[in-house]
Design a protein around this ligand. Sequence first.
Ligand code: PLP
Length: 407
Amino acid sequence: MPPHKEYISRQARFSFFKLYSLKFFFRSTGSLYMFQTKLPHVGQTIFSHMTALAQKHGALNLSQGFPDFAIAPRLIALAGFYMQKGYNQYAPMPGVAALREAISRFYTQAYDPQQEVCITHGATQAIATAISCSVSAGDEVLLFAPAYDCYAPMVQLNGGKPVFVNLSFPGYRIDWELVRSKLSPKTRMLIINTPHNPSGTLLTEEDFLQLQEITRGTNLLVLSDEVYQHIVFDGMTHRSAADFAELRKRSFVIGSFGKSLNITGWKIGYCAAPERLMREFKKAHQFMVFSVNHALQYALADYLKEADLAQLSMSYQRKRDIFLSALANSRFSPLPTKGSYFQLLDYSAITQEEDTLFAERLTQTKGVASIPLSVFYEVPQHNKVLRFCFAKNEETLKVAGDRLSVL
Ligand SMILES: Cc1ncc(COP(=O)(O)O)c(C=O)c1O
């Protein structure tokens, strides 16, 4: 064997030996094969579980929050039009200017559409980006439970610690004294959500003034999730963090066309924030997604010129009322819903079963799927409440109400 070949093969044998021993070492310590999860408590979501159960039993699915009716044909036509027209390549990084301008009008021009609005891949990405650009390892983020499910995992993925404050029961209101007691020098952000999923409550002017007072003179940031901003009932008005000058300066305000135009599958949302915050938001946004579907943004911008968003509240209020009147003779007690498309029902007069078991039983035996409220808490609260989504066609709501009345 020529000397260089012998050398190579000796080297190769040695490397193989080294790799083999390393493999043995790591296998015995477990470190090469173990993937250290950042989200140890996250498994299959209750939404997937209840949807699968609903499918298995042919149940009406009032669990997941999405509309089951057709979207505006005009919106589909506009989407096709802009695709035909050639808007099929990357959109500008912060979004199409005309759409950013339309969004700034939602907030009576509180934001400069050039600098302070960014179009995102649904509100979920806006939430993820706002948290990623603000929360560092060791920071605490205050969340109100019951809480929408993506906040806490996003805080954890960024090394932060979610600190939960339970809303009062049964009114689902914020106890501001409790909030004060949970703040620490490590608190970086508070996440609020109005209209609130799952309770359907709205934050009042007094709530925002309290928040403004608590955050005054601090470096605290606010993430205000307002995806149901255009769905409010009984003559109530949606109040935004953007309405309060001092709060606006420290807030990421987040919305979703998925909710405002019944197009959850388009996954287009937005974030509005003062330039100082938006600059950091966009730095993260450009590396997370860069930009969002081009043609659909133009379609939305055009559609918003003619859409009557006030009509959305009326149509959902009608659906809420159809569902409630179908339940009028049932033993469920509805909790007041002032916004969003969720109705909470207290079932304590029917059974003392835990909510997860009862929700499964209702799906299997009565053919109506819902979401147990305990899953929206860090430490499950067993208040005997289920959440029903009424973004469904009227016949579905009537049949669901009838089925739930024979209990
Ligand atoms: C409170 C809340 N925030 C955010 C989202 C996510 O919105 P999107 O579908 O636009 O990502 C939802 C969706 O259900 C929600 O209920």
